[in-house]
Each structure stands twice: as structure tokens, then as C-alpha cells.
Design a protein around this ligand. Sequence first.
Ligand SMILES: C[S@@+](CC[C@H](N)C(=O)[O-])C[C@H]1O[C@@H](n2cnc3c(N)ncnc32)[C@H](O)[C@@H]1O
Ligand code: SF4
Length: 458
Amino acid sequence: MKNIYWNENLIRKYDLQGPRYTSYPTAVEFQNDFPIDAVHEAAAASRAANRSLSLYLHIPFCARLCYYCACNKIITKRREKAIPYLDALYREIALQSELFGADRLVEQLHWGGGTPTFLAPQQMRDLMHELRTHFRFMDNDQGDYSIEIDPREADDETLTTLREIGFNRISLGVQDFNPAVQKAVNRIQSEELTLGVLRKARELGFRSINIDLIYGLPLQTPDSFRKTVDTIIDFAPDRLSVFNYAHMPQRFMPQRRIRDEDLPRPEDKLTILQQSVDQLIAADYRFIGMDHFAKPGDELSIAQEKGELHRNFQGYTTHGDCDLIAMGASSISMLDRCYYQNCYDQESYEAAMAENRLPIIKGVQLNDDDVIRRKVIVELICNFKIEYRRIEALFNIDFAHYFRGELSILQDMAEDGLVTFTRDGLHVNPTGRLLIRGVCKVFDRYRTQAQQGFSRII
Ligand SMILES: C[S@@+](CC[C@H](N)C(=O)[O-])C[C@H]1O[C@@H](n2cnc3c(N)ncnc32)[C@H](O)[C@@H]1O
Ligand code: SF4
């Protein structure tokens, strides 16, 4: 069944800038000088509630620079740079375990980057051992333990090690298979190499494989990207992320090496997106929302069908009830009403950990209104609908009264067919799904007309 429709006029009308809502309030609302007491209180509440944990570890190193990259990374060929960073990470793991409790069950684990497989196999073993010493892991392979892999940094030994130490999901960065595009972004990665990693991962019994692609990269054409998507479809990953290239050269210096005149024209970008959506739907992928596709049998698709999908700083997740504890430079933790972020650079991070001090630089404490709006935005972005009664029962409000301004703004979108008002709620129609950020933004109290600093929706 097609769960997404294309309408070019509406896409042009509503394709404004907007946050990706991996959290509400978004990271832009975090304040400096966030009181450390707030973190201690949130940790105590988390311990008392004994919720399961989702752990995120940030490994920032990459051996080579991809010009398009907007991730928080450190480019270096010097593998020894990881040694002091790992020492600091060990200290943080111990500190967080003390704060949150060593008996807390880890339902979800994610190592992201940068490139976590920059680490040597023995370093990865030691790091996992440290985590298992300080938290309680599931030993039956039922946890969701995932890692981001650059196929150029993942030989058979690396993959075997990852599976042995308990990972059961992987995400592979591919972006585009066209050699000219790869050259223009300084990321040469053959189909054979990617396919080899994928085959090995299947053989080793990883239960879910995700692939990242980016559309809008230099020298991409509708024809060239169609071939990339066809090749990926042949690989049959369980999940796919098709990201819109966020080109912000003022913010990300290496992007200045990408020439403006090489970027696809806006109309070509729209064509690329439309045909990719069509190809993936025809290949039986479901559009989960916000750049993500999954096979119908994948847990994300199943959770969405049941209305149980959630979203956090790791993207879509089936573990909405977990507290997210993030470790390493720049990582963001989410605990009930308290979000906070670690310092960005390696030096400050290692300096803080040398003093056994939480390396937090900013954060936000949610008020009652934030919590209500967060729930509404999560419902929209994950399940494409709001049932007023559910929100009313949870927060003791009259939805139509509380959100009277927002509902009147949404009339315009309803007239355009993006959303439909029902007797007891609001549905996002297949036409509105690609523009879901725009629908969510109506409920975002912090967004003004200025829309500074966010990438375009499409
Ligand atoms: C941390 S990287 C993935 C792991 C590994 N470093 C790799 O590149 O294979 C996360 C993903 O972010 C996406 N990404 C990075 N920069 C981007 C940008 N400027 N716009 C859109 N997506 C981007 C890429 O698809 C990339 O695979
Ligand atoms: S895309 Fe991945 S490998 Fe390339 S620079 Fe970014 S984090 Fe590193």
C-alpha cells in the first residue's frame, strides 16, 4: 500500500526550513550554564523509576574527510589519538554508572560518529567490556545494539569482532555509488566493497542492516541517482535513510570544497527525491517519515502500524520508554524532562574527564507546556496522527481550546489536503507525510518566522 503521495505544488509551497525534531524543544533551545544539580535530580528520578536505558557512545574519529559531512568528527590518520579519548570515555562510563545505577538494563546501545570502526578490534572489545562491567546488558541477543560503519573501515575481522561483542544491527554509510559524485565529495567507495561488507554482515547474523544515502550531492543527476537506488534495492537492506544534503558551507568548512555550480538544481533535486520515493515504494519499502524507509516486516514499520513508534536523538526508535544516556564529546542525553549536551571538542572533553567532572556544556529543563507539545509532535512525526482524547487524558487539557491558534493555522494545510480533521483528531495524509516537519512546526512554540539555521525540509 502506498503510504506517501507526491504533490509538487504543495512541496514547493511548504518546503520551508525546519527542525528535524529529534527532540522538542530542539537543541537550539539548550541554554549555556545549565545547572549540574538539574542533572543530578534527573538522574535520581531516573534511578527511582528504574526505566530501561538506551546508551549512546560518540566516537568522533575518521581517517578521511568527506567534503559534505556535517557530523561532529575529528579527521586524523593518527590512530593513537583515540587512546586518550577512550581513557576519558572509560571515566565517563564509570561516572554515569555511578549516577544512574550499574543494575540498569540496557535495551538499546548505539555507537555513532565519526566512524566508530576507526577503533582497532581490541579497543572495541575493551570498550564493550567496560560498558558491560558498568551496566546490565541483555545476553540473549534481544537488545538493540547497533553501530555506524564506514564500509571502507570494516574488514572481516572488524565485523566478526562487532558481532562477537554483541552488536546485532549495523548502519552503513554509502551516500552515492556514482564515481564522479564520489570523487567530488572525496569519498571513493566501490559497490563491491559495500556489497562485501553487507554479505559478511548477513553471514555473521546481524539482524538488521541500514544504509545511508544522500541526495543533492554535487554532480548527481536524476539518472545517476536512480542507478544508485536500484543497486541498493538489489542489496535489500532492512532499512534505508535517504538524507537531503544539508549544504551549509558557512557552518561546515569542508563543504566549501564543493562548488555551488556542481550542486543539482532545485528542480532536479525534487525529481531525484520523487523518483527515489517511487523506486523504494515499488520495491515494497514503507516510508516511516523524515528520510527513513523500512521493509514492512521491520520493527520500525511494525511499531508505526501499532502507533508505538518514538523519536529521540538517535532518530526513530521502538524504545521510547528508555532514558537516553549519551557519552563522549558532543553527545546529547534525554531523561524525561531534562536534556543536556556534552562539550564538543576532544580537548575539553578529556580535560573534564581528567577531573572526573560531568562534561556538560548546555541543556534544557522542560516545562509543562513543552511536555504537552513534545507529545503532540512525537505523535505527528511517528504515527502521522493526533487523537485529541489521548492527549487530553494524559495532560488534563481541552485540546481544541489549548491549541486553538495552531488548529486555525492548520486549516490552510487541511484545505491543501496535507492534513484532515476528523471528529476526534487530526490525520496527516499521504500528501503531507513528506512535509511532516512543516506540520510539526505549527505546534513548536519556539519557532518564529525567522527560521534561522535549519536545513530545508526537502
Ligand atoms: C556518522 S556518518 C555514518 C558513519 C560513517 N562515518 C560513514 O560515513 O560511513 C552519518 C551519516 O550522516 C549523513 N550525513 C553526513 N553529513 C551530511 C549532510 N551534510 N547532509 C545530509 N546527510 C549527511 C551521511 O549519510 C552519513 O552516513
Ligand atoms: S561522512 Fe562519515 S566518514 Fe565521512 S567525514 Fe563524516 S563521519 Fe567521517
